[in-house]
Ligand binder design. Structure first.
Ligand code: ZN
Length: 250
Protein backbone atom coordinates (compact mmCIF):
# COMPACT_ATOMS: atom_id res chain seq x y z
CA UNK A 1 0.00 0.00 0.00
CA UNK A 2 1.53 3.35 -1.00
CA UNK A 3 2.32 5.63 1.93
CA UNK A 4 1.05 9.20 1.60
CA UNK A 5 2.39 12.37 3.23
CA UNK A 6 0.73 13.84 6.35
CA UNK A 7 -2.79 15.04 5.49
CA UNK A 8 -3.99 16.94 8.56
CA UNK A 9 -4.79 20.58 7.80
CA UNK A 10 -6.69 23.32 9.59
CA UNK A 11 -9.83 24.66 7.90
CA UNK A 12 -7.99 27.87 7.00
CA UNK A 13 -5.03 25.96 5.53
CA UNK A 14 -7.30 24.18 3.04
CA UNK A 15 -7.18 27.46 1.07
CA UNK A 16 -3.59 26.54 0.14
CA UNK A 17 -4.83 23.25 -1.32
CA UNK A 18 -7.49 25.06 -3.35
CA UNK A 19 -4.83 27.46 -4.71
CA UNK A 20 -2.50 24.52 -5.48
CA UNK A 21 -5.27 22.79 -7.43
CA UNK A 22 -5.57 25.96 -9.52
CA UNK A 23 -1.77 26.08 -9.98
CA UNK A 24 -1.43 29.41 -8.17
CA UNK A 25 0.62 30.81 -5.34
CA UNK A 26 -1.95 32.55 -3.13
CA UNK A 27 -1.91 33.75 0.47
CA UNK A 28 -4.49 35.42 2.69
CA UNK A 29 -4.54 39.23 2.50
CA UNK A 30 -6.30 41.35 5.17
CA UNK A 31 -9.16 43.47 3.78
CA UNK A 32 -8.65 46.08 6.54
CA UNK A 33 -4.88 46.60 6.70
CA UNK A 34 -3.62 44.66 3.61
CA UNK A 35 -1.19 42.57 5.73
CA UNK A 36 -0.23 39.32 3.97
CA UNK A 37 -0.62 36.29 6.22
CA UNK A 38 1.29 33.06 6.64
CA UNK A 39 0.60 30.44 7.97
CA UNK A 40 -3.10 30.52 7.05
CA UNK A 41 -5.26 31.73 9.96
CA UNK A 42 -8.76 32.89 10.92
CA UNK A 43 -7.88 36.47 11.93
CA UNK A 44 -5.31 39.02 10.75
CA UNK A 45 -1.98 38.80 12.60
CA UNK A 46 -1.67 42.60 12.79
CA UNK A 47 -5.25 43.97 13.29
CA UNK A 48 -7.30 40.85 14.24
CA UNK A 49 -9.81 41.46 11.44
CA UNK A 50 -11.50 38.28 10.28
CA UNK A 51 -11.82 39.62 6.72
CA UNK A 52 -9.06 37.64 5.00
CA UNK A 53 -9.10 37.08 1.23
CA UNK A 54 -7.04 34.56 -0.71
CA UNK A 55 -5.13 36.50 -3.37
CA UNK A 56 -2.29 35.83 -5.81
CA UNK A 57 0.83 37.40 -4.25
CA UNK A 58 4.49 37.62 -5.30
CA UNK A 59 6.22 34.26 -4.92
CA UNK A 60 9.71 35.74 -4.88
CA UNK A 61 11.92 35.40 -1.82
CA UNK A 62 15.31 34.49 -0.38
CA UNK A 63 16.40 31.17 1.10
CA UNK A 64 17.62 32.39 4.50
CA UNK A 65 18.18 29.00 6.16
CA UNK A 66 18.27 25.40 4.97
CA UNK A 67 18.99 21.93 6.27
CA UNK A 68 18.68 18.29 5.28
CA UNK A 69 16.36 16.01 7.24
CA UNK A 70 17.86 12.53 7.47
CA UNK A 71 15.24 10.85 9.60
CA UNK A 72 11.59 11.54 10.34
CA UNK A 73 8.82 10.29 12.59
CA UNK A 74 6.62 10.06 9.47
CA UNK A 75 7.02 6.94 7.29
CA UNK A 76 6.52 8.87 4.02
CA UNK A 77 9.54 11.11 4.64
CA UNK A 78 11.57 8.34 6.29
CA UNK A 79 11.27 6.32 3.06
CA UNK A 80 12.43 9.32 1.03
CA UNK A 81 15.22 10.71 3.24
CA UNK A 82 17.43 12.68 2.90
CA UNK A 83 14.96 15.53 2.42
CA UNK A 84 15.90 19.21 2.01
CA UNK A 85 13.88 21.86 3.84
CA UNK A 86 14.45 25.53 4.55
CA UNK A 87 13.09 28.92 5.53
CA UNK A 88 12.25 31.44 2.82
CA UNK A 89 11.78 35.14 3.52
CA UNK A 90 9.21 36.32 0.99
CA UNK A 91 9.62 39.78 -0.58
CA UNK A 92 5.92 40.39 0.17
CA UNK A 93 6.39 39.97 3.93
CA UNK A 94 5.94 36.59 5.61
CA UNK A 95 8.55 33.86 5.99
CA UNK A 96 7.74 30.22 5.53
CA UNK A 97 9.24 26.79 6.11
CA UNK A 98 9.12 24.83 2.85
CA UNK A 99 10.55 21.98 0.80
CA UNK A 100 13.68 23.06 -1.08
CA UNK A 101 14.84 22.13 -4.61
CA UNK A 102 18.35 20.67 -4.83
CA UNK A 103 19.58 23.54 -7.07
CA UNK A 104 18.64 26.36 -4.64
CA UNK A 105 21.75 27.98 -3.12
CA UNK A 106 21.83 29.19 0.50
CA UNK A 107 20.94 32.91 0.70
CA UNK A 108 19.98 32.78 -3.00
CA UNK A 109 16.84 34.11 -4.62
CA UNK A 110 14.03 31.62 -5.01
CA UNK A 111 10.44 31.34 -6.11
CA UNK A 112 7.86 29.49 -4.05
CA UNK A 113 5.53 27.19 -5.93
CA UNK A 114 2.41 25.66 -4.41
CA UNK A 115 1.64 22.12 -5.60
CA UNK A 116 -0.68 19.31 -4.57
CA UNK A 117 1.10 16.47 -2.80
CA UNK A 118 0.08 12.80 -2.82
CA UNK A 119 -2.44 13.45 -0.04
CA UNK A 120 -4.13 16.05 -2.24
CA UNK A 121 -2.98 19.03 -0.16
CA UNK A 122 -1.07 22.14 -1.15
CA UNK A 123 2.60 22.15 -0.14
CA UNK A 124 5.12 24.93 -0.62
CA UNK A 125 8.31 24.25 -2.53
CA UNK A 126 11.24 26.61 -3.14
CA UNK A 127 12.77 26.48 -6.64
CA UNK A 128 15.69 28.53 -8.04
CA UNK A 129 14.65 31.94 -9.30
CA UNK A 130 16.07 31.23 -12.76
CA UNK A 131 15.06 28.14 -14.71
CA UNK A 132 17.88 25.50 -14.61
CA UNK A 133 18.41 22.61 -17.03
CA UNK A 134 16.62 19.40 -16.00
CA UNK A 135 15.05 21.19 -13.05
CA UNK A 136 12.04 18.88 -13.13
CA UNK A 137 14.28 15.85 -12.42
CA UNK A 138 14.80 16.86 -8.78
CA UNK A 139 13.59 13.86 -6.73
CA UNK A 140 11.68 16.04 -4.24
CA UNK A 141 9.97 17.99 -7.00
CA UNK A 142 9.09 14.73 -8.76
CA UNK A 143 7.05 13.76 -5.69
CA UNK A 144 4.74 16.65 -6.68
CA UNK A 145 4.57 16.04 -10.43
CA UNK A 146 3.35 13.33 -12.81
CA UNK A 147 5.98 13.67 -15.53
CA UNK A 148 6.24 10.29 -17.31
CA UNK A 149 10.05 10.60 -17.47
CA UNK A 150 11.68 7.63 -15.63
CA UNK A 151 8.24 6.42 -14.56
CA UNK A 152 6.51 3.08 -15.18
CA UNK A 153 3.23 3.30 -17.03
CA UNK A 154 0.39 0.84 -17.57
CA UNK A 155 -1.98 1.37 -20.51
CA UNK A 156 -4.86 -1.02 -19.98
CA UNK A 157 -5.83 -1.51 -23.63
CA UNK A 158 -3.05 -1.57 -26.22
CA UNK A 159 -5.53 -2.57 -28.91
CA UNK A 160 -7.78 0.48 -28.65
CA UNK A 161 -7.44 3.45 -31.00
CA UNK A 162 -5.57 5.45 -28.39
CA UNK A 163 -3.29 2.56 -27.33
CA UNK A 164 -0.52 3.00 -29.89
CA UNK A 165 -0.58 6.81 -29.67
CA UNK A 166 -0.32 6.70 -25.87
CA UNK A 167 2.51 4.16 -25.95
CA UNK A 168 4.42 6.27 -28.51
CA UNK A 169 3.97 9.44 -26.45
CA UNK A 170 5.12 7.82 -23.20
CA UNK A 171 8.05 6.09 -24.88
CA UNK A 172 9.09 9.41 -26.45
CA UNK A 173 8.82 11.13 -23.06
CA UNK A 174 11.48 8.77 -21.63
CA UNK A 175 9.20 6.58 -19.51
CA UNK A 176 11.21 3.83 -17.78
CA UNK A 177 8.82 1.22 -19.17
CA UNK A 178 5.38 1.21 -20.74
CA UNK A 179 3.27 -1.88 -20.06
CA UNK A 180 0.51 -2.20 -22.64
CA UNK A 181 -2.37 -4.53 -21.77
CA UNK A 182 -3.47 -6.98 -24.44
CA UNK A 183 -6.65 -9.06 -24.14
CA UNK A 184 -6.96 -12.28 -26.17
CA UNK A 185 -3.46 -12.14 -27.63
CA UNK A 186 -4.40 -14.82 -30.19
CA UNK A 187 -6.77 -12.35 -31.88
CA UNK A 188 -4.93 -10.38 -34.60
CA UNK A 189 -4.80 -6.59 -34.52
CA UNK A 190 -3.07 -4.42 -37.11
CA UNK A 191 -0.85 -2.19 -34.96
CA UNK A 192 0.69 -4.94 -32.81
CA UNK A 193 4.06 -4.99 -34.64
CA UNK A 194 4.31 -1.18 -34.61
CA UNK A 195 3.72 -1.13 -30.89
CA UNK A 196 6.28 -3.83 -30.21
CA UNK A 197 8.91 -1.90 -32.13
CA UNK A 198 8.71 1.04 -29.70
CA UNK A 199 11.50 1.48 -27.14
CA UNK A 200 10.66 0.39 -23.59
CA UNK A 201 7.19 -0.87 -24.48
CA UNK A 202 6.16 -4.33 -23.31
CA UNK A 203 2.90 -6.11 -24.09
CA UNK A 204 1.34 -7.79 -21.05
CA UNK A 205 -1.74 -10.02 -20.92
CA UNK A 206 -4.67 -8.03 -19.50
CA UNK A 207 -8.42 -8.26 -19.92
CA UNK A 208 -10.12 -5.72 -17.63
CA UNK A 209 -13.43 -7.59 -17.90
CA UNK A 210 -11.82 -10.66 -16.30
CA UNK A 211 -11.11 -10.42 -12.55
CA UNK A 212 -8.56 -13.22 -12.65
CA UNK A 213 -6.61 -11.56 -15.44
CA UNK A 214 -6.54 -8.26 -13.52
CA UNK A 215 -5.43 -10.01 -10.32
CA UNK A 216 -2.66 -11.88 -12.09
CA UNK A 217 -1.23 -8.74 -13.64
CA UNK A 218 -1.56 -6.88 -10.33
CA UNK A 219 0.44 -9.62 -8.63
CA UNK A 220 3.14 -9.32 -11.26
CA UNK A 221 3.52 -5.59 -11.87
CA UNK A 222 0.95 -3.86 -9.61
CA UNK A 223 3.56 -2.55 -7.18
CA UNK A 224 5.77 -1.25 -9.99
CA UNK A 225 3.28 0.95 -11.81
CA UNK A 226 3.48 4.72 -11.21
CA UNK A 227 0.92 5.92 -13.78
CA UNK A 228 -2.20 4.02 -14.83
CA UNK A 229 -4.00 4.97 -18.05
CA UNK A 230 -7.30 3.13 -18.13
CA UNK A 231 -8.32 3.46 -21.78
CA UNK A 232 -10.22 0.14 -21.95
CA UNK A 233 -13.81 0.90 -22.86
CA UNK A 234 -15.37 -1.48 -20.36
CA UNK A 235 -18.81 -0.52 -19.10
CA UNK A 236 -20.10 -2.53 -16.15
CA UNK A 237 -23.15 -4.65 -17.00
CA UNK A 238 -26.42 -3.38 -15.50
CA UNK A 239 -26.30 0.15 -16.91
CA UNK A 240 -28.57 1.61 -19.56
CA UNK A 241 -26.20 0.46 -22.27
CA UNK A 242 -26.03 -3.10 -20.95
CA UNK A 243 -25.09 -5.52 -23.65
CA UNK A 244 -22.48 -5.27 -26.36
CA UNK A 245 -19.91 -3.21 -24.45
CA UNK A 246 -17.90 -6.18 -23.22
CA UNK A 247 -16.38 -6.40 -26.67
CA UNK A 248 -14.74 -2.98 -26.23
CA UNK A 249 -12.66 -4.25 -23.33
CA UNK A 250 -11.19 -7.01 -25.43
ZN1 ZN B 1 -5.32 43.35 9.20
Amino acid sequence: VPVVPPDTRSRAALGLSVAAARGRFMLQVCKECSAIQYPPRDACSSCLSVGLDWQVVSSRGRLVAETVVRTSTHVYFRERAPWRVGTVQLDCGPSMICHVHGDCVPQGNVHIINRLDKSGHGVLFAVPEKEMPAMEDDPQLRELTCSPKFRRILITDARSESGLALAKAFSGADAAIVFAGEAESWRHWPERENLQRLDNVELVPLDVSDTQSVEELCGEIGGKVDILVNNARFVRPGGVIDGGDLIFAQ
